[in-house]
Design a protein around this ligand. Structure first.
Ligand SMILES: CC(=O)N[C@@H]1[C@@H](OP(=O)(O)OP(=O)(O)OC[C@H]2O[C@@H](n3ccc(=O)[nH]c3=O)[C@H](O)[C@@H]2O)O[C@H](CO)[C@@H](O)[C@@H]1O
Length: 366
């Protein structure tokens, strides 16, 4: 099940590992991010059913549409296992349809918790519901696995690492493989900001901080726009007039990783960027008050700063001005996996299926 860009990025390695292990992979593209193309992510070798259900202002309504659409398709013939990733309305819709159709369900990136239903909203609750009904739970870290165990989730838990790190990140992050091109004297900041909690007041405060930071002569700022026009229009409105800030269109994943590597500091509210930045060894200020990925903060690679302008400015000034702190935050760390999550997931899923269908003494569907 793939609905959004990050789901595509994180499921590419899984689809290929499953295929290499002998599984027949079928993709369902929900259409949540309308422009998302299998070919753009190297997924065109797999059969794909598009559901054409674009994301809706009410994510719960989108969940229902995806769930109903899939349940209709799977009523007559469904797969042996449904695999969903993360916390989107597409993932929850897929999970509900699998349960309604009696199909085993696997959840990639299970067990992340911020312990606050309001942030990230509605993803925290979506992820909890998916975890409760999954037969197989692929937790990226021991912390996420512990969350599943303390909630007494019924599915089988595996600690695998995050498949996002398999997606070209671990390779680039390997010591000696991360070319850094810092022009002397410059301090390059890369920004992404798209989370729903930050729409409105949050965006305005982040933008005010960026404008203030352009007054520092050393600082250069690149803002990578999100594919959602509602988000990119707000950024244009607030930053488009500022000649010292470059607004870049959404980048391919490879180009995004290169842009991260060329940066001295990243400011972002993205979930995936929180996993990638420590692996690439680039310091990160997280534009959220809470995170479901505490591992990077605990290891000193990133800091939670929220969207308060003064706090953002003070943190940037501190990191830009303190070589020792910057060197420490720039050490490569691998809190979210070693780049081998997908083969682990493929092996565990196929083993689980073999056992399940042997015990059921009924043939697998494919
Ligand atoms: C609440 C929450 O945190 N939920 C997350 C949410 O996704 P997110 O916040 O990580 O979303 P984005 O920031 O859009 O994507 C990030 C990826 O996109 C790449 N990128 C970025 C800009 C660009 O121009 N080109 C790119 O290629 C970037 O390097 C990275 O790999 O849903 C996922 C799916 O379920 C979850 O896993 C994940 O928890």
């Amino acid at each position: 099940m793939i609905g959004t860009r990050p789901e595509a990025i994180k499921l590419v390695p899984v689809a290929h590992s499953l295929a290499r292990a002998g599984a027949a992979v079928h993709l369902y593209f929900t259409g949540q991010h309308p422009g998302l193309e299998p070919a753009a992510h190297g997924l065109d070798a797999f059969p794909c059913t598009p559901l054409q259900q674009p994301g809706l202002p009410d994510p719960h309504e989108h969940v229902d549409r995806v769930a109903n659409g899939l349940a209709r398709i799977w009523k007559f013939r469904g797969p042996d296992m449904v695999m969903v990733q993360g916390d989107t309305s597409s993932a929850l819709g897929g999970a509900r349809a699998a349960v309604a159709s009696g199909i085993p369900l696997a959840h990639v990136e299970a067990g992340l918790r911020s312990f606050d239903s309001r942030q990230p909203w509605p993803e925290e609750d979506f992820r909890i519901e998916i975890d409760r009904v999954s037969d197989l739970l692929f937790a990226p870290t021991s912390t996420s696995a512990s969350n599943l165990i303390s909630e007494r989730c019924q599915g089988q838990v595996h600690i695998t690492g995050n498949t996002g790190i398999d997606a070209g990140v671990a390779d680039r992050g390997l010591p000696g493989k991360a070319p850094r091109h810092w022009p002397a004297g410059r301090f390059n900041i890369l920004v992404t900001c798209h989370r729903r909690e930050n729409w409105g007041v949050g965006f305005a405060a982040v933008s005010a901080a960026l404008v203030e930071l352009t007054r520092r002569p050393r600082i250069r700022i690149d803002v990578v726009l999100h594919p959602n026009p509602r988000v990119s229009e707000a950024m244009f409105e607030q930053l488009g007039h500022n000649a010292s800030i470059r607004l870049l269109p959404p980048l391919s994943h490879a180009a995004m990783l290169e842009a991260m590597l060329r940066s001295d500091l990243i400011l972002s509210d993205s979930g995936g960027v929180q996993e990638e930045a420590p692996t690439l060894g680039v310091p990160l200020l997280v534009l959220r008050d809470k995170t479901e990925r505490p591992e990077g903060v605990e290891q000193g690679a990133m800091r939670l700063v929220g969207t308060d302008s003064r706090r953002i400015i003070a943190s940037v000034d501190e990191i830009a001005g303190d070589r020792k702190l910057r060197a420490n935050m720039s050490q490569q760390r691998f809190p979210f996996g070693d780049g081998q999550a997908a083969p682990r997931i493929a092996a565990a899923a196929l083993q689980w299926l073999d056992r399940e269908y042997r015990d059921r003494s009924e043939p697998r569907r494919a």
